[in-house]
Design a binder for this molecule. Structure first.
Ligand code: MLT
Length: 326
């Protein structure tokens, strides 16, 4: 027994300074930032913007890796299995919380395996269609969907993704079932809407706004309470006739649970610098999304929101009767 105790004390004595040294030295090589959707989509765009600034602060490259599939759960799964050393991170959004209830067989425990590092941005989605879809505005779109929504093809980025959740809310509100087309992200989905292959896409303003401004797709309604300044002529969903409809999405930065707290602190500081950067803020504002305020983007505030949101989606999905995916 005495020998066992001595062995435990010796191991702890070796581990503590090593962990401290590791955190002091951190980072000393490239950091991988997993984006759980295809390149060219909104999560990818946000990751590249903050990743550049974080590279400058941390003096090591933050390299984006797109691990897309299963509504963003493949990327989350890769993070959960990564070394707990701060060299593998994940950017994710509402889908990480909703996925906990939407998937039967997740390879990770959403709250148990994933460590929140800080909130990043929040913003609405925009309900868009291919340019030649026969509806001129939000009201006309919803009226048309009520009659032939079942024949309408609607793209999304996999079960649980924001675009999928937005479709679910819209279908519930209109009492129809779209013919859904799943993609590995809204980047490729948007390409097909622009090409006229799919009718409808509810996408984050981040990637929808540049296409709307460029005239390659048609915007019908924004899912926030208020209109967006950058596309001021587009009504809110409520103005277009669907009451009590609001959907604002947010991104956060994550590490595997068990990363040393000093590393969490360093990463949060680098994130805070990125979100205070006037260039980053301006680029976000240009596409109708906003950075969280300093007190909301601490790891503690992020954890609180994350836990709340897992619970909220548990209730929503439980009541909705939506079938779980594998
Ligand atoms: C993406 O980057 O493709 C999106 O965040 C997917 C989505 O949630 O709709």
């Amino acid at each position: 027994m005495k020998r066992l105790l001595q062995a435990v004390i010796a191991t702890t004595a070796i581990m503590l300074p090593l962990e401290g040294a590791m955190a002091q030295d951190y980072p000393n090589r490239n950091i991988t930032l997993i984006v759980p959707y295809a390149a060219g989509g909104p999560s990818d765009a946000i990751a590249r913007l903050i990743g550049q600034s974080m590279s400058d602060t941390l003096k090591e490259q933050v390299i984006i890796e797109n691990i897309a599939g299963a509504g963003g759960t493949m990327g989350a799964s890769r993070l959960a299995k990564a070394e707990k050393d701060g060299y593998t991170l994940l950017i994710h959004h509402v889908a990480l919380a909703a996925g906990a209830s939407l998937y039967k067989n997740l390879a990770y425990d959403t709250l148990g395996d994933i460590e929140p590092l800080g909130l990043v941005n929040y913003g609405p989605m925009v309900i868009t269609t291919r340019k030649d879809y026969p509806a001129s505005d939000g009201k006309a779109l919803f009226a048309k969907l009520k009659t032939d929504g079942n024949k309408t093809t609607a793209a999304h980025a996999g079960v649980g993704s924001n675009s999928h959740l937005c479709n679910l809310l819209l279908q519930q509100a209109l009492g129809v079932n779209f013919t859904e087309a799943a993609y590995r992200g809204t980047g490729p989905a948007m390409t097909d809407v622009m090409g006229g292959k799919v009718d409808l896409l509810c996408d984050q303003s981040t990637t929808a706004v540049p296409q709307i401004q460029g005239g390659t797709i048609k915007a019908h309604a924004v899912t926030s309470e208020d209109r967006l300044d950058v596309i001021k002529d587009v009504p809110t969903v409520q103005e277009a006739g669907i009451k009590d409809f609001e959907f604002v999405i947010w991104h956060g930065l994550y590490a595997p649970k068990g990363v040393p707290q000093d590393v969490v602190k360093k990463l949060n500081q680098a994130l805070q610098v990125a979100l205070d950067d006037s260039n980053v803020k301006a680029r976000f504002a240009d596409v109708g999304t906003q950075v969280f305020g300093p007190s909301e983007r601490t790891p503690e505030a992020h954890r609180e929101r994350f836990e709340k949101e897992v619970k909220t989606w548990q209730d929503v999905i439980g009541k909705s009767g939506v079938a779980q995916a594998n």
